[in-house]
Every structure is written in structure tokens, then in C-alpha cells.
Design a protein around this ligand. Sequence first.
Ligand code: AP5
Length: 219
Amino acid sequence: MYIIFLGAPGAGKGTQAAYVAQKLNLVHIASGDLLRQAIEQGTELGMQARSYMEKGVLVPDPISIPMVLERISAPECEPGVIFDGFPRNLQQAEALDKALAQQAKAIDKVVYIKVCEEELIKRLSGRWICRNCQMPYHTINSPPKVWGKCDKCGGELYQRPDDTAEAVKKRLEVYFAQTAPLIDYYSQAGKLLEIDGEGGVDEVGKRIVAALHGERICS
Ligand code: AP5
């Protein structure tokens, strides 16, 4: 089972992908988390990616594509994967299709979470992330039980450097120019499930599960 979570920055891809991956017992691969881990660990890949991420633009394909394709070739990914933040443009989508086809596999469904721009900005400006397990929280919508600490693992919460007003503006521009064309790409392939992403986290999660249930993907 290979499912992509598609949507603008702040749409709730990470929040919902983590929930659905646990429910379906699939591996959750978030390209942004892989890149942030590489930066935190000071690897060569992290050093290459840092300046792009800080500016809010995409990390070049020759860095991002092999990083994700290598990750999905790990044995633990055999039962299936939920992709969050990848693919981000047509070149990445085609590279993913090709890599899966080489193993006689294919993307099953694409969950497109649709949220208006005003709400996206509200969500990103109040977001806090666990430094350890990357779980996202929000000051108002989904605060942690103990302020500054992750409910799941107790890790320290921090605000992402690319959640500044300037970087968010750039990320939204990049999304509409380079990632939004994937909505048509997957719609034409008959794989798109459009989900209304407005409303609470639980409400949106229920809509996603119902849509996947309708496709006989989850019970
Ligand atoms: P990435 O980490 O992928 O960020 P993004 O796509 O910009 O998405 P976000 O993580 O900001 O948002 P989300 O949709 O996951 O929302 P979340 O669940 O956190 O990418 C960062 C950078 O890395 C890119 O700019 C690029 O440089 C690079 N990169 C990554 N992948 C790449 C690739 N494939 N190719 C090239 N470069 C790449 O939720 C947001 C907030 O809202 C949270 O606070 C959450 O608690 C809250 N929230 C969630 N749902 C709801 C709800 N229903 N109601 C109210 N609040 C909610």
C-alpha cells in the first residue's frame, strides 16, 4: 500500500499522515523530517539542504529524490508507505512512479487535504514541533498536555525556522507554482481523494478514514 498525503504547507499532512500510518500499520515517510534530521546531525546532505529550507524553496531534486527512494528501499517499508511532503513537483512524482514500477508496485491513492490560505497561515504561526519525534502541536488548536514537552515521547518542543512570516509566504508561492500541478496529475490518474481540511484535527481525520474506507483501504 502506497499513499501520498498532498497539500499546502500547514494543511495538516504531517498530523494526519502520522495518525493514518499508525492506523494502517504503514511506515510514515516525511521528506521534510528526513531533511531536518540530516541538518540536526550535521551530515553532508543536511549541509546542502539547509539554505534552501531556510529560504522556503525546494531542495533540488538531485538531493531530495535519491534521499526518499533510498529510504523506501529499506526492508521495513515492504508493507507500504505513507508519503508526506513527497513528491513536491512533477519530476519527483515521475521518479517515484518509475521506482515503484520497477518493483511492480504503484501509488494506490493520493489524499489531497484542501485548506484556505488564511487558515494555513494561522496554523503555521502557532505550530510547535517535537525535536525528538517530530510530532506537531499548535498553541491553540492542539496544545501539548505539559507546555514545551511532547505528549508522545517527552521531547522538547521548538518552532521551525521556516515558519517565519517571510519563509511561509515563499513556501506558499512555491507550493502553488510547483506542487499544486500534482493535483491534476493524480486526478487524471484516477487516484486523487480530495478532503476538506478545515475543522478540527479529529474531524479531518475522520473524513480521511471515511474516504479511505470508501476505497476499501481501511476498515
Ligand atoms: P515540509 O516539512 O514538508 O513542510 P511543508 O510541506 O511546508 O508542510 P508543513 O510540515 O509545514 O505542514 P503540514 O501540512 O505537515 O502541517 P502540520 O500537520 O504540521 O517541508 C519543509 C521544507 O523542506 C520545504 O520548504 C523544502 O525546502 C524542504 N522539502 C521537504 N520535502 C521536499 C521535497 N520533496 N523536495 C524538495 N524539498 C523538500 O500542521 C500544521 C499546524 O497546524 C500544526 O501546528 C498542527 O498542530 C496544526 N493543525 C493540523 N491540522 C489541524 C486542524 N485540522 N485544525 C487546526 N490545526 C491543525
